[in-house]
Design a binder for this molecule. Structure first.
Ligand code: KG4
Ligand code: ZN
Length: 459
């Protein structure tokens, strides 16, 4: 069997020169007006400044004219988008597996893989059509390689490599959670490193300090379930309409309920760290539902007004405590982050759960109290999407981190570089707690440690 890709280190090599012809072709094909050269944002690590400034000189004339296709299939959404390095979003297409979610009440990997495979070609084609481009006009293809479900990641990576191989395009492997964070820089062009980010989705709860591109300190993570999972299960047990996933259904129903009616306890109060846990809150909610004899088989639309009221109270009480846990952790994380980087001005909140208005409003108060600013991408860019992948690809491509084009025809037994369990950054040493996840097996080295190793090797 052939060995996987290049090694992780060479995947992130810093060799921009060979790819200049690709961007030039792109410019010609599109007859784009040359833009004013734009300075690269300063990088965090002084030792790399010289090599980055070389690549900046090489790339600068094309910097604003890169056009990247982003592909995302790490969970249950099949998404593709075309984005320009100037920040212009040329297209965005998302095909969600709503019917599967309703049927299984969660993501079933094999079904999700099949659903991705069925629509991936169509989704990518639609993204190109909407952008009024063909593959030959692209500068590169970016694709999520982790973390996520390997069966699902494989569909996107396979498509990305096929497209890149057929059109001789460089390829950029993207970290899904980094993409959730960096999309904020596409929306808010003033957002400079260092900044903090709270990333809240179905599979992850992460509090990070972003010091530079690919340079993250992990202040906190979920030791069991993520907040989105808790929203989804609560919605399922309350018999809510799961077609738009559980989160929006809970948010809507919670508006009708009394958030103080059930006193769920806030998770991990005794642990003075920034980690998260939602498994216990899920159990509290399940017990509350059982004790009120709520029958999830009866959809909320058919429930009596008293039953509806009771479900709304649970939704509101759950949401209040789920978000209080976020608030408490953010307060502490801000304290920690300001000690490490006193110049921090922003907290980015992204990931599917960040599209929730209640979450945004509560976190806005926390952030303001600490004289910081909240940056929240619009809901369509908070939930999984191809734009964030394309944009993160652009950010890395601009500093020379990408793979060369794959062969036009890839051998059947080629082993893809997929990273289902892939931490984003290195853990903040002072923030380590005893309450830690036991699931440590088969974890890939973090994005930050890979980049640091490749920078040291370069030097
Ligand atoms: O980031 P995302 O689209 O996919 C993952 O990477 O997991 O996040 C999906 C999660 C789901 O659990 C969904 O219920 C939650 O985000 N979500 C919300 C809202 N919209 C999506 N949770 C709370 N309120 C919302 N409005
Ligand atoms: Zn996500």
């Amino acid at each position: 069997m052939k060995m996987a890709l290049s090694s992780t280190l060479s995947r992130l090599n810093l060799i921009p020169r060979p790819w200049l012809p690709y961007t030039v072709t792109t410019l010609r094909a599109l007859k784009l007006k040359p833009h004013k050269p734009q300075l690269l944002r300063p990088m965090w690590a002084p030792l790399t400044l010289s090599s980055f400034s070389v690549s900046a000189q090489i790339h600068r004339p094309q910097d604003d004219n890169l056009i990247v296709l982003g592909i995302e299939t790490s969970c249950d959404d099949t998404a593709a988008a075309v984005v320009k390095s100037s920040g212009e979003i040329l297209s965005q297409v998302v095909s969600s597996q709503a019917d599967l979610l309703v049927r299984y009440g969660g993501v079933a990997p094999k079904m999700a893989e099949e659903a991705h495979s069925q629509v991936i070609d169509q989704v990518v084609q639609e993204a190109l059509n909407q952008a009024n481009l063909s593959e030959a006009d692209l500068s590169a293809v970016a694709v999520t390689i982790g973390p996520g479900l390997s069966l699902c990641l494989r569909v996107g990576v396979q498509k990305a490599r096929k497209t890149a191989g057929s059109f001789n395009l460089p390829i950029i492997g993207v970290h899904h959670m980094e993409a959730h964070a960096l999309v904020a820089r596409l929306m808010e062009r003033e957002l400079q490193f260092p900044f903090m980010a709270l990333l809240i989705s179905g599979g992850h709860n992460l509090l990070i300090l972003a010091q530079g591109l690919g340079q993250y300190i992990q202040l906190g993570t979920s030791i069991d379930d993520a907040i989105g999972e808790a929203y989804d299960k609560t919605a399922k047990w309350l018999g809510l309409d799961m077609r738009r996933s559980g989160g929006p259904a809970i948010e809507e129903l919670a508006r009708e309920g009394d958030a103080e009616s059930i006193k769920f306890s806030i998770p991990m109060k005794q642990h003075k760290d920034c980690n998260f846990s939602y498994a216990g809150l899920k159990t509290q909610v399940r017990l509350a539902i059982e004790s009120r004899n709520i029958n999830a088989e009866i959809p909320i639309s058919c429930a009596s007004s008293q039953d509806r009221r009771s479900r709304a109270d649970i939704a509101a009480s759950f949401q209040r405590v789920a978000v209080l846990h976020l608030e408490e952790r953010c307060e502490r994380a801000i304290e920690w982050a300001l000690k490490i980087e006193p110049s921090i001005k922003h907290l980015v909140v992204s990931g599917g759960v960040a599209s929730n208005q209640y979450v945004r409003a509560r976190l806005d108060q926390v952030v303001k109290k600490n004289s910081l600013q909240l940056v929240c991408p619009p809901p369509s860019l908070c939930t999984d999407n191809g734009v964030m992948v394309a944009w993160t690809g652009i950010e890395h491509f601009r500093v020379g981190r990408f793979d060369p084009p794959p062969p036009a025809v890839e051998s059947e037994d080629f082993v893809y570089d997929l990273r289902p369990r892939w931490p984003l950054g290195e853990e903040y040493a002072e923030g380590r707690s005893e309450a830690r996840s036991l699931r440590k097996a088969r974890i890939h080295p973090s994005l930050t440690s890979i980049i640091q190793a490749s920078l040291q090797q370069q030097h």
